[in-house]
Design a protein around this ligand. Structure first.
Ligand code: PLP
Length: 279
C-alpha cells in the first residue's frame, strides 16, 4: 500500500524517518484515526478539528490548512486498495538533537498518513456482545489530547487481551473514564449516560454523534460522573470508537451486565449509526 510521508506518496516499505524524530524519542506528537466508507471519509471535519485542536494544545506548528489536510487525507484514501478503510494520520515535532524542551529552531514536523482496510466487528459481536475487564486508569491528566504517547492505553489493551476480553474499562478514583481505545457509555432506565467531556477522557468523534442519535431516537442523554457501582448495575453498557462503531458489553470482570444480552438502546443506536454511515 502507498503511504504519505513528508510531502510524498511512497510504498510503506520505503517510508523512513530519523531515529532522532521527537515522536520516536519522546512520543512528542498527536494522531487521528478516521473511518472511511465506500472511499468517503466519515465526519472528516470533526476528526480534523480534533487533530488541529491537539496541535494547538501541544504548541505544534500546523503545516497545512483544513483544505490541505483534507486533500492529503483523500489522496491516501484514493490510493488504498479497499473501499472501507481506517485512515491513520500522525504529526510529530520533527527531528532535532535530543533535549526535552522544544528545539530552539523549530524543525519541520514529521507528517505521516496511511490507510488500512476497515473490518467491521463480526456479527457475533452484535448478537452476543463482548466481555470487558476493568483496571485503574493510570494515564496522565491530559487524556483529551490524542497523544501518540500511548503507553497507558497499550498496557490497558494488553490487560484485556491477556484475559480474552474485548476492552479494559478504566476507572479513576472510583469513577468511570473510558476504554483503552474507546468511549464507554451506560444505559439506566432508558437513558444513555456518559462521563463528561473533560481532561480525563478523549472525546471521541462518536461522542457528539451519539448525542445527536439519542436526540433523533428520543433517548434521554446525560453527561455526568459515573461511579463504579453504577457501571456494574447498569441496564446496558456500550463502547464506541471509529473501529468498534457501537458495541454492546455483556460482561464486566465476569459479572453479567443487565440480562447478559445486547439491549434495546444498543440496538436502536447501532441501527441509527449504520444509517448515519451511509447517509
Ligand atoms: N478514547 C480513546 C482513548 C481512544 O483511543 C479512542 C479512539 O480510538 C476513543 C476514545 C474513541 O474516539 P473515536 O470515536 O473518535 O474513535
Amino acid at each position: 500500500p502507498l503511504v504519505y510521508l513528508n510531502g510524498a506518496m511512497m510504498p510503506l516499505s520505503e517510508a523512513r524517518i530519523s531515529v532522532l524524530d521527537r515522536g520516536f524519542i519522546f512520543g512528542d506528537g498527536i494522531y487521528e484515526v478516521t473511518p472511511v466508507y465506500r472511499r468517503r471519509l466519515f465526519r472528516p471535519e470533526q476528526h480534523l478539528a480534533r487533530f488541529m485542536r491537539g496541535m494547538r494544545a501541544i504548541d505544534l506548528q500546523n503545516p497545512h490548512d483544513e483544505a490541505g489536510w483534507l486533500g492529503l487525507m483523500q489522496q491516501v484514501v484514493d490510493a488504498a486498495p479497499t473501499e472501507d478503510q481506517l485512515l491513520y494520520m500522525q504529526i510529530t515535532r520533527g527531528v532535532a538533537r535530543r533535549t526535552h524542551a522544544f528545539p530552539a529552531q523549530t524543525p519541520a514536523p514529521t507528517v505521516f498518513l496511511m490507510s488500512n482496510p476497515l473490518l467491521p466487528p463480526p456479527p457475533s459481536v452484535h448478537e452476543h456482545g463482548v466481555a470487558c475487564v476493568t483496571m485503574e486508569d493510570k494515564r496522565w491528566l491530559r487524556c483529551e489530547i490524542k497523544s501518540i504517547s500511548l503507553l497507558g492505553n497499550v498496557l490497558a489493551a494488553q490487560n484485556a487481551a491477556e484475559q480474552d476480553a474485548n476492552e479494559t474499562i478504566q476507572f479513576r478514583d472510583g469513577y468511570l473514564t473510558e476504554g483503552s481505545a474507546s468511549n464507554v457509555w451506560i444505559v439506566k432506565d432508558g437513558a444513555l449516560i456518559s462521563p463528561p467531556r473533560d481532561n480525563l477522557i478523549l472525546e471521541g468523534i462518536r461522542y457528539s454523534l451519539m448525542e445527536a442519535l439519542c436526540a433523533e431516537q428520543n433517548i434521554p442523554f446525560a453527561a455526568r460522573r459515573i461511579a463504579r457501582n453504577e457501571v456494574f448495575h447498569a441496564d446496558e453498557v456500550l463502547l464506541t470508537s471509529a473501529s468498534r462503531e457501537v458495541m454492546p458489553v455483556v460482561t464486566i470482570d465476569g459479572e453479567r451486565v443487565g440480562n447478559g444480552k445486547p439491549g434495546p438502546i444498543y440496538r436502536k443506536l447501532y441501527a441509527a449509526y449504520q444509517r448515519a454511515k451511509v447517509a
